[in-house]
Design a protein around this ligand. Structure first.
Ligand code: GAL
Length: 385
């Protein structure tokens, strides 16, 4: 049911597998990896592979994980891959060769690390997928993430609320506009399993409104393939929005809302809309744009009435879960899961620990983001960390 991308990078993967086969075979004794519950924590190294530093959250995730693991006395080898798949493959190869005790991986392309996962298994190194599912390979031991389907449901509900179709209790609004209201849809990167879950949750929620004609997508681009944003790049989303506007909204057609799956994309889309003279605020006619990740620049835009909503996923809690799971694994125990059904990676259902998510709107950003201590008043005012 939960789609994932089956594409693999066979050429690169085969060459690396050959190289790694040797390393893994010779790996008994010194340099061999895997947990050793008898060892001092500092003798156990956790390899942490992160995708990119261009999204605020991955920087926070990395810092929190490193601090947390080191706080428990473990050694950490953390690498960012600059959103480049071969770089991430090499970084993980190196971690395996150096004999790490466990791997924590936030992939760029969830299906591109098969030879690394095979090599890790051969060397006895357990693998935890961090936030993004590793697909098409059985050598994935555990998965920590948020409830990704619910992220999509919340994004769609926020859009419906912003359009006046749902009231503040998220029930059908009594004074709902009849429509048709025009919306456009954006998705994330197709090689990220999460993008499919966000999309599915959102589309399932919006479908009844498409069916009864309340909502329309004038461009007709309603497939995830058409809506996708490769590598989650802001620039790509901004360009697509510009093209949609010039192609479909030239002659007085009004755009009411945009489903956007992550804050940097939301800001690119908002740039495109404002460059066409819309807004600058929602009150002044800017379409309702959703988001995700509660990045500081977007929280400011929400406070200012420019971006309509985002989804807050507290990455401090995710890092904490990853550390709890790593500790279990390093102690030779099985990590505690709270979902053993949802995350089928194409080869196995990966036992998972899912965390809750929260919708953020102008009505509640103060409470969710400031009163909670996540951001300071000054940070929200300046839009900077
Ligand atoms: C997803 C992640 C989101 C967002 C996006 C782009 O996998 O769940 O929080 O950050 O990647 O980086």
């Amino acid at each position: 049911m939960h789609t994932h991308n089956r594409r693999t990078f066979m050429l690169g993967a085969t060459a690396t597998a050959a190289a790694l086969g040797l390393a893994a075979c010779g790996g008994e004794g010194a340099g061999s990896g895997g947990p050793d519950p008898e060892a001092e924590p500092s003798e156990q190294t956790v390899g942490v592979a992160m995708p990119t530093q261009t999204y605020e959250r991955w920087v926070a995730d990395g810092n929190n994980i490193k601090e947390g693991l080191e706080g428990k006395g473990f050694t950490v080898d953390m690498q960012y891959a600059g959103d480049d798949i071969p770089t991430q493959q090499q970084q993980i190869d190196q971690m395996i060769n150096s004999g790490v005790s466990a791997l924590l991986i936030a992939s760029i392309d969830g299906a591109s690390l098969s030879s690394q996962l095979d090599a890790a298994a051969a060397a006895g190194i357990p693998v935890i997928a961090y936030d993004r599912l590793l697909t098409d390979n059985e050598n994935v031991d555990f998965y920590v993430t948020f409830d990704n389907y619910t992220v999509g449901v919340n994004q769609a509900n926020a859009l419906l609320y912003g359009l006046g179709l749902l009231d503040e209790d998220f029930e059908e609004a009594e004074d709902a506009p009849e429509g048709p209201l025009n919306v456009e849809l954006f998705a994330g990167s197709l090689d990220d399993n999460n993008a499919h879950l966000f999309w599915q949750g959102a589309i399932d929620t919006l479908q009844p409104y498409f069916d009864d004609g309340t909502l329309e997508v004038l461009s007709g681009q309603m497939d995830i393939d058409q809506a996708a944003t490769q590598r989650w790049e802001q620039e790509t989303a901004q360009k697509r929005m510009e093209t949609l506007l010039t192609t479909h909204y030239g002659s007085g057609e009004e755009l009411a809302g945009v489903l956007a799956p992550a804050d940097p994309l939301s800001r690119g889309i908002i740039n495109a809309l404002q460059n066409r003279g819309m807004g600058p605020t929602i009150e002044e006619g800017l379409p309702v744009v959703t988001g995700q990740d509660a990045e500081i620049a977007s929280i400011k835009l929400i406070a200012d009435g420019v971006q309509h909503s985002t989804i807050f996923k507290d990455t401090r809690n995710l890092a904490e879960q990853a550390i709890v799971a790593s500790e279990s694994i390093l102690n030779g125990e099985e990590p505690e899961a709270n979902d053993t059904e949802t995350y089928d990676n194409g080869m196995k259902v990966v036992p998972s620990y899912l965390l809750d998510v929260q919708m953020v709107l102008q009505d509640n950003y103060q409470e969710t983001m400031v009163d909670s201590g996540y951001y300071s008043e000054e940070q929200v005012e300046s839009g900077q960390l």
